[in-house]
Ligand binder design. Structure first.
Ligand code: ADP
Ligand code: GLC
Length: 469
């Protein structure tokens, strides 16, 4: 099958979070089972893009509200990706350093989606399915089915993956001119609560919708930032498919970011060397149990309670904590401030640093994920693969991937995103850590789990096939 993924992020080209990891891996695994999957994303000025060798595949002059934007689609020459990659460059709109965070983001992603579809129109052979990811590409299914400019694409099935329903990309109807012409009677398909809502529009217009874990699908029917009714109404076309991980990028036995590579066999010495290096870098004590946190410092991740968790846990237990993340300035400030109070037992790197994240999975004993909302979560799966025990709030994908030690599992689960629940779980971890023999055995179990994309890639392909028949 010819599969076209359209996304705002894709690893290693541009990554903000797990969306990039998924879009950078799923097509590769789909190709391995006999498909031809490609990725189309905006051209940003990231390090990868600046170095990439490209050829111009298509040029287009986009007209929006009488203004013209010169655009081109560049094909990247990089066979190591495992899929074809196209970058949509729109002068003055996409060619910036950051992926998100600009005032005109709605306009940037609108323009991107329009040029992407113009490119599809020019193809000799149309894709068998167009797969969109999150709200940034949520207007694609509407445009393909309702805008006369794209009439020829009407019969191509569309799939929407919801990676995060918290963000919906709403903008005012006054900006409706950004869309190509459509019939006024179709306006309702774009609207949700008086705004143009790209995520809602995609849920209404895509042929199929999936969330990135089965539990998240169920949770969204109860709590979806205002879209609960819509998701219940559309439930027959919705399904949950658990993300996988790129077991090649995330393999402690070949991970070049690590101080020492290791496999299940030499996990104890390998993890020890990585822990020691990590502790040296962060001035921590490698003989104590080490707890890590990696992630965006936002409410969904429970970041607001992290400072209190750290404070309470370090007063109660003889442990070390290391944190890697960025986001809310207030939380960043609190986490920085704790450094001097707990010098030698707590340290943090406020920022984004790919190398360090790998080192934390390989060196920490436990990974904290007190998420309030976690559609899937990749951290816990990376953590398991590296033999680092996840401590998670049972929600969304965390519920689907982590089984508590008390139920013959390999992780620690708690019910609420509260300081009490997390600190209690840290206490359980400390007790468990004392039994080093048992702990090392469980590390083996964790590392043996198979979360690679193979299964899920097949599930997506069979979903597409249902749409073709
Ligand atoms: P989300 O997409 O909601 O942020 P996921 O668990 O799906 O959460 O994916 C997060 C990804 O981003 C993982 O690959 C994780 O290692 C990475 N990550 C998050 N924060 C940082 C950071 N500060 N530095 C390096 N990697 C990070
Ligand atoms: C989102 C979610 C995260 C998920 C990722 C990839 O960013 O917050 O839980 O793992 O997308 O699907």
């Amino acid at each position: 099958m010819h599969i076209l993924h359209i996304s705002a992020e894709c690893y290693p080209i541009a990554k903000v979070g797990g969306l990039a990891d998924v879009v950078g891996a799923l097509p590769k695994y789909q190709n391995r089972i006999g498909n031809a999957a490609a990725v189309m994303m905006p051209y940003y000025k990231t390090a990868y893009v600046q170095k990439a060798t490209t050829t111009v595949d298509f040029c287009h002059t986009l007209v929006m509200h009488k203004k013209t934007y010169l655009s081109e689609v560049l094909k990247v020459q990089d066979t190591s990706l495992g899929y074809s990659l196209y970058l949509v460059r729109i002068q003055g709109l996409t060619d910036r350093k950051e992926v998100y965070g600009y005032e005109d983001d709605a306009m940037r992603f609108m323009a991107f989606q329009r040029v992407a579809l113009q490119w599809v129109l020019q193809q000799k052979e149309f894709p068998d399915v167009v797969h969109c990811h999150d709200h940034h590409t949520g207007l694609v299914p509407f445009m393909m089915s309702r805008c006369e400019d794209f009439d020829l694409l009407k019969m191509i099935p569309t799939v929407l993956s919801i990676h995060n329903a918290q963000y919906q990309g709403q903008f005012s109807h006054e900006l409706g001119w950004m869309l190509p012409r459509f019939r006024e009677s179709d306006l309702g398909l774009l609207d949700w609560s008086g705004m143009i809502n790209p995520l809602a529009a995609a849920i209404k217009c895509a042929w199929r919708v999936n969330t990135v874990s089965p539990s998240y699908m169920e949770e969204l029917k109860q709590k979806a930032n205002g879209l609960e009714w819509l998701l219940n109404h559309e439930k027959n076309k919705c399904v949950g498919i658990l993300n996988g991980i790129d077991a090649e990028t995330w393999d402690p036995n070949s991970d070049s970011y690590l101080i020492k590579k290791y496999s299940i066999r030499n996990r104890v010495s390998g993890r020890k060397a990585n822990k020691e290096a990590l502790c040296k870098e962060f001035e921590l004590d490698a003989s104590k149990p080490l707890f890590g946190f990696i992630g965006r410092l936002v409410w969904e991740k429970g970041a607001d309670i992290l400072p209190e968790i750290i404070d309470n846990a370090l007063q109660q237990y003889d442990i070390n904590i290391i944190l890697l993340g960025s986001g809310s300035k207030e939380v960043e400030g609190q986490l920085e401030a704790l450094k001097s109070k707990y010098k030698g037992s707590y340290n943090a790197y406020i920022g984004y640093e790919e190398r360090m994240s790998h080192q934390v999975y390989a060196g920490a004993d436990f990974l904290l994920m007190p998420s309030r909302v976690e559609p899937c979560g990749l951290n816990q799966m990376y953590s398991l693969r590296y033999g680092c025990m996840p401590i998670v709030r049972s929600t969304g994908g965390l519920k689907d991937t982590v089984i508590d030690l008390g139920e013959d599992g390999f992780g620690i689960c708690h019910n609420e995103t509260t300081v009490e629940d997390v600190v209690y779980s840290i206490g359980r971890a400390v007790t468990h850590f004392k039994d080093q023999k048992g702990f090392k055995e469980i590390q083996k179990t964790m590392m043996q789990l198979d979360h690679s994309w193979e299964n899920s890639a097949k599930m997506y392909v069979s979903l597409y096939k249902q749409l073709k028949s």
